[in-house]
Design a protein around this ligand. Sequence first.
Ligand code: G4P
Length: 192
Amino acid sequence: MNFLEERILKDGQVREGDILKVDSFLNHQVDIALLEQIGDAFYEHFKDRGITRVLTVESSGIAIAYPVARRFGVPAVFAKKARSMNLDGDLYTSIVHSYTYNVDNVVTLSKQYLHADDCVLIVDDFMANGKAVQGLLDICRQAGASAAGIGIAIEKGFQNGGRLLREAGVDLYSLAIVDSMDADGTIVFREH
Ligand code: G4P
């Protein structure tokens, strides 16, 4: 069991609707030492890929992107969630449906911060159905940038985002894959 899986078992809480609450260390209060371990782990996995930018989507993805980008010595850039379609032309935009919140978000990124010669590592705190990641891949495609891989802290393996990406040949590296979780607090991780 790795450091993140141990921490999830210690401090994570299973909530109704298959929600794993990790607010005490990952996406409300943030444990910086743990995030740096995540940065190190992603660096080890992707270090030979020529990464030039780390890309995520606001808001909790930013905390993950920071230590990863610092480790690679490249900029972290985050797509923003816009509330209206009234956007100016210098943006890449993609529509991301959130299953968890049942809303469509428009995610945007200024064309200034992603270019055709970029080699991108996409990171996020959670992946469920993978729609946020698909939106970021779409933005990379629009920019003509190559997506070298995806680093996810916690993947919900019982939803299909990870399976679809792996079947498409994407290098998806998730530190903790939750295969099942019960209301009584039992969490089962996929074997590495
Ligand atoms: P998807 O991108 O993989 O399709 O996921 P989905 O739309 O279902 O998830 C929507 C949001 O809910 C995402 O945050 C995701 O990180 C978060 N989320 C999904 N499942 C869980 C869970 O079990 N526990 C926690 N803590 N979060 C979960 P977001 O919309 O990007 O919001 P935020 O980054 O601003 O918090």
